[in-house]
Design a protein around this ligand. Structure first.
Ligand code: RB5
Length: 157
């Protein structure tokens, strides 16, 4: 696997620091998109967007984004075309999200789960491969087609 990107705001900073060490010890090449130091006033979009853009342009093959809940990270990462991010809390979805949906960023709540589960999710996510073709390819094509569509001009309803 190529480079793994990781990023976190203050809510995920501690989890990211530990994960960075674990990934490197496991032999992965990791790029840290920040935060480089704990800043209780940092904003998750400023940290997660550079990671998401790196994944979208292929600089990082997969990304792991950690904020307090994982919600903000997943919302903002999915604004970047080419990113398929999801908030993950259990191992089935950590690998099935890659196998079926080609998830390329896993989002985690650093205030929700501890370091042992973060590592188990990470291993499941990084070891999984997209199955592709057939129904999986058909579904993914429909998702990707949305990125070319212009947004609606006003609120619906
Ligand atoms: C930061 O305090 C917190 O709001 C943020 O990390 C995250 O949980 C947002 O979804």
């Amino acid at each position: 696997m190529k480079i793994i990107g990781i990023a976190a705001d203050h809510g995920g900073f501690e989890g990211k620091e530990k994960l960075l060490i674990q990934l490197r010890e496991a032999g992965y090449e990791v790029k840290d998109y920040g935060a480089r130091q704990y800043d209780p006033d940092d904003d998750y979009p400023d940290l997660i967007i550079p990671l998401a853009e790196a994944v979208a342009r292929g600089e990082a093959e997969r990304g792991i984004a950690i904020c307090g809940s994982g919600v903000g990270a997943s919302i903002v990462a999915n604004k970047i075309a080419g990113v398929r991010a999801a908030l993950i809390t259990e191992t089935y979805s950590a690998h099935q999200g890659v196998e079926h949906d080609d998830m390329n960023i896993m989002c985690i709540g650093g205030r929700v789960i501890g370091p042992v589960l973060i590592w188990e999710l990470t291993e499941a996510f990084l070891k999984a491969a997209y199955i592709g073709g057939g129904r999986f390819g058909r579904r993914l094509d429909k998702v990707i087609a949305l990125e070319a569509k212009k947004p609606a001009s006003g609120p619906v309803g």
